[in-house]
Design a protein around this ligand. Structure first.
Ligand code: C2E
Ligand code: MG
Ligand code: MG
Length: 704
């Protein structure tokens, strides 16, 4: 094959009359076997036929010489046109233009050629036409192949979502492929010929330039991602860049990966943010804490953790339902967030626990302001479903580095401080101090030892007699648990009962107390008559045990005592849960004929309303009122009112914690029914109770 420039060169040589007269060129043409050169006289008879013509058309020079052009290689359909064109040239000088033609070979087959023609006058004044034909079969094949490749490529780009740009080393776009032109964002007239600098934001363009340099020096393929701000939002792209072999051109394939990125971002968001409140979750919040601690370490700064627990949040879930509970959490989260600076973190650790991380303060007092403003802000009720709900917070504060040098230690310290705030009566804050650690380790010890206490027979039920004020007769007793721990010594109920509640151990322990107490009562009644009763305390946690009612019924039946001699004491805490389960258990207990007593009456806020709502038989006026009854008029009045009200409702009143004669006299005067307290007896062991006759205390009463 010769290329177009060689072809043009030959043509010019012939035109200039160099060809035929010039022996050198003649020889060259004779030899040239890939270019066909033919000469024709005015009658179009062959006067020259080189090796290339023989190769192309299959006629030897001998066969061709003297034959007419139109008889030799012109297809029938073109004969007249060729003859006319040739005559026009001869007579009127109208040139036959170069053209791609299909001509005939000696074997009748067709050959596709590019044919150029010159006419010149020889020395004898005769016109001669020379044709130079190049076989286009190969060119055609290559063209067809290129076309096929082109089609394939455009099909590929139609089916794949990618864009392809051909760029030079200055990132100027030379060409492009796009299956869907819409994905271009900019019209090709704009970007073709423009550099990435002109088209893209500076930082993204720089990525292209740097990666072109990288591919140029190291070869291979580089991939990178970039983000573009587009009118309808940010979009993310993945680019794969490579150099076109043996050229200074580069191909970059670009894919829009926005959807994947968004999915990734969503997954990452879900892994780091709480789906309910949209606050950083435990994982992210603790990660931020780690970062803050690391930064504070470098800059010798302080960091504060505020560990926040919503007070009695469970009550909202139980009384108003989880849906409202969720909404309350969302509102609480919003409020917390609105109270801290943008740079501070508010996270949700789970449930009703939140964390606030503060940095950049110099004085620990600054954290106090924040803690106080949190508590103050929560005094305003949250509006949820047209209902106003007041939530209070217990906040524990720990400070880096004073209360812990690692994130986990700090979190633990803040948690301990939060528990302290709960102990202080909730709706308050507490700073961590080392003594809390001692408290915590004691708590953990108690919990650990309590777990095996039943099996090790360390628990023992004591009994405190209850005395009829009018007659001085012992009418019953309250079962009160005692724990003699092998490891910890005597532990008081005020310490271990709350832990038994929190851990759920109270369910098994409560069952044990009831069994013991009723067995004791059965024996006591056997000695002194069935009018003796037994009071047993039930804690709120026991009401979450679905088998509570059936288990009580079972124990009562097994003991053989009458259900009416059992009195169950519950506190306001049980009723505050508002749970329907509590109502149905209380109902069931009543149906069994068991007496219900409201313990610690007056200590809570709503004792009165509960008395009206539930079918109590007895109220036990809390010790704190009895304590003041002799010296404090208000206490006395309150006890008086409670007794009058209880009697008007047909309830019996027991005064707890009667320690002296003076108190007893006042209670007698106020018509209190029964009393219980150290004046008569401390809680005593079973053996002592059984040896106790109902008449044991008649002297105490009648001593005046
Ligand atoms: P509570 O039911 O109000 O029991 C009365 C508490 O007052 C008992 O404390 C008793 O020893 C004490 N007490 C009685 N008379 C006097 C007195 O004259 N002066 C003073 N200062 N105290 C007096 P205890 O036994 O330490 O029990 C404390 C609380 O632990 C109980 O309060 C009760 O809520 C709970 N508890 C005790 N045993 C059990 C139990 O078996 N189950 C449950 N669920 N709770 C129990
Ligand atoms: Mg009690
Ligand atoms: Mg009590």
């Amino acid at each position: 094959m010769i290329d177009a420039s060689e072809h043009d060169c030959l043509l010019k040589a012939i035109k200039d009359g160099q060809l035929i007269p010039n022996d050198g060129l003649n020889q060259l043409f004779d030899q040239a076997d890939v270019i066909s050169v033919q000469g024709y006289d005015e009658q179009r008879r062959v006067i020259y036929w080189n090796q290339g013509s023989e190769n192309l058309y299959g006629f030897t020079a001998e066969e061709a010489m003297g034959k007419k052009l139109e008889d030799l290689i012109i297809p029938k359909a073109m004969r007249d046109t060729v003859i006319t064109a040739h005559n026009e040239w001869l007579r009127n000088g109208i040139k036959i233009p170069s053209a791609k033609l299909s001509l005939c070979k000696s074997d009748g087959s067709t050959v596709y050629v590019y044919s150029s023609h010159v006419m010149y006058k020889n020395q004898s004044g005769q016109h001669q036409m020379y044709c130079i034909d190049i076989d286009l079969a190969e060119l055609k094949r290559v063209e067809a192949q290129a076309l096929k490749k082109e089609k394939m490529l455009s099909t590929v780009f139609k089916v794949i979502p990618d864009l392809c740009f051909l760029m030079d080393e200055n990132s100027i776009i030379l060409d492009y492929y796009a299956g869907d032109e819409k994905s271009l964002y900019v019209s090709p007239d704009v970007f073709l010929g423009s550099s990435m600098h002109e088209l893209l934001p500076e930082d993204v363009a720089l990525q292209f330039i740097q990666n072109i340099e990288k591919v140029k020096s190291k070869g291979g393929l580089v991939t990178y991602e970039y983000k573009l701000p587009l009118p309808h939002g940010h979009r993310f792209f993945d680019a794969r860049l490579s150099q076109v072999p043996n050229s200074n051109e580069f191909i970059v394939i670009i894919r829009d990966i926005t959807e994947n990125k968004q999915k990734e971002e969503l997954i990452s968001y879900q892994a780091h943010y709480d789906s309910l409140t949209n606050l950083p979750n435990r994982f992210l919040a603790l990660d931020r804490l780690s970062q803050l601690v690391a930064m504070a370490k470098r800059n010798a700064e302080r960091v504060a953790i505020l560990f926040i627990d919503l007070d009695e949040f469970k009550k909202i879930n139980d009384t108003l339902g989880h849906n409202t509970g969720d909404k309350a959490l969302i509102e609480a989260a919003k409020r917390l967030k609105s109270l801290v600076r943008e740079e501070d973190t508010v996270g949700r650790l789970g449930g009703d626990e939140f964390i606030v991380l503060l940095r950049g303060f110099t004085d620990a007092k600054d954290t106090l302001t924040t803690a106080e403003s949190l508590l103050r802000a929560f005094r305003q009720p949250l509006n949820i479903d047209d209902r106003e709900i007041v939530l209070t917070l217990s906040v524990g504060i720990a400070i880096y580095p004073d209360n812990g040098k690692t994130p986990s230690k700090l979190l633990q310290s803040a948690d301990i401080a939060m528990y302290q705030a709960k102990h202080l009566g909730r709706n308050t804050y507490s700073y961590f101090n080392e003594s809390m650690n001692t408290d915590l380790s004691r708590r953990l010890d108690v919990e650990e030892q309590l777990r095996g206490s039943l099996e090790r027979n360390e628990l023992e039920v004591y009994y405190q007699p209850q005395i009829d004020v009018a007659s001085g007769l012992a009418v019953g007793a309250e079962a009160l648990l005692r724990w003699h721990s092998d490891k910890l010594g005597n532990v008081y109920p005020s310490e271990f009962i709350p832990i038994a509640e929190q851990t759920g151990l109270i369910v098994a322990i409560g069952q044990f107390v009831l069994e013991e107490a009723l067995e004791t009562l059965a024996q006591w009644q056997a000695y002194y008559g069935v009018s003796l009763s037994m009071s047993v305390n039930l804690s709120p946690r026991q009401f979450r045990d679905p088998r509570l009612l059936s288990s009580i019924q079972c124990i009562v039946e097994q003991s053989g005592i009458s259900a009416a001699s059992l009195e169950l004491e519950i506190t306001e805490g049980v009723l505050m849960t508002g749970s329907l389960l509590v109502d149905s258990v209380l109902d069931g207990l009543k149906k069994l004929g068991i007496q219900l007593s409201m313990d610690d009456f007056g200590k809570g806020y709503s004792s009165l309303s509960y008395i009206r709502k539930y079918a109590f038989d007895v109220i036990k006026v809390d010790r704190c009122f009895i304590e003041g009854i002799a010296n404090n008029e208000a206490d006395k009045n309150l006890v008086h009112a409670a007794i009058a009200m209880a009697h008007s409702l047909g309830l019996t009143v027991i005064a707890e914690g009667v320690e002296n004669q003076e108190q007893l006299l006042i209670l007698e005067e106020l018509k209190c029914d029964y009393v219980q307290g150290f004046l008569f007896s401390k809680p005593i062991r079973q053996s002592e109770l059984l040896s106790l006759s109902p008449y044991s205390y008649t002297n105490n009463i009648n001593s005046d």
